[in-house]
Design a protein around this ligand. Sequence first.
Ligand code: ZN
Length: 394
Amino acid sequence: MPMVIVLAGLLVAQPFLYIKKLGNHTYHIATDNPRLTAVRCQIKSDSDIIIGSIYMPFNDNSVRHYDDFLSVIGVMQGLVNKFYSCNFIFGGDFNTSKLSATRTHNLLNNFCRKNNLLWLDPDITGIDYTYHNDNLGSYSLTDYFLCSPKLVTSSTANQISEHGENTSDHLAIMCKFACKVRADDLKLNECVAKLSWEKANLEMYKSVVSKTLADINLPLDALLCTDSDCQSHTDMLNLYYTSILHGLNTSATQCVPSVKVGLQKFCWTPELDELKQQCTDIPTLWASVSRPRSGSINEKRLQCKYRYKQAIKTAMQENDSLFNDKLYDHLCQKDKVSFWKAWQKRFCVNKIKPTNTLNGKTGAGNILSEFTNYYKDTVLGPFCRLPAASPGGG
Ligand SMILES: [Zn+2]
């Protein structure tokens, strides 16, 4: 089955890439360079795949830019050397174009040639850029995938997708890679959904659930049976039980909206839904008139995007201040239980397993001391050391 990788809007300095379905078989690889994040996917029936997410420095024509670029290439080369038996996928914002022979282009091109990697071309259907700054009228194609030839059937492989919901100044790129991922490599039930009873139509639920339950026949014979270990009536009772369960589940699906756990980070409002819908619709209209850079449709498109971006920002800020107020109230009332409950709900992610390796150290004891050393320096900082650790400090 093919593996689909989407890199969308790599705005932050350390893009995070995580394949949820392969979560049980994916391990983080320390790179010691914030511009390259890498994971190793262990695939039972094929070679492992190293996936690296790249954010190359912005080209300001300085010597520093070239050196930074070179150091990321160095880290990529280190990965290729270390994991020589694996296949590779590098993707992200390379901040260089495949079409112009600049110094950084040559560095990347040589890296690909030397290591027998393909620099994939996007399948251009209308959009020939991935970075866009509409205010400055600047458009360029700087997001790419590099990969081992075994993983693709053609070097024109990745798609540039234009989704109105994407508020980044980079468009998403997507590619299907061929690898022999078997069903037992995949984590099942990875999308846990939760019913939002507070948004349910309870009147409708009541009527649907009573009708559904009324249609289930009561196994009277089984209830009146006095034999011990009676197999036929045990089966009948099991069937009765599963019918009730099925009835309750289908009624809930009909009347209660469900949300994916972990996705509702802040209060999503109907206004945001409307703005999101406008942002999703307008690119189709814009594309149908050949994507003009001026005129009323383009203006409306940019306005929609701006308003959506602003509305998300405001919603997040309001959510933050609401959360702070709540914590403050709990503190004032000395309600420790509610305080920590609210804290955990916001900052602690369920189901995260502790890592087996940290900065190359393994074993619970070593990881613990690595963690302590890191936070001792980070949290206390040079000006807040304990007197014993820094006798002259003040
Ligand atoms: Zn019986």
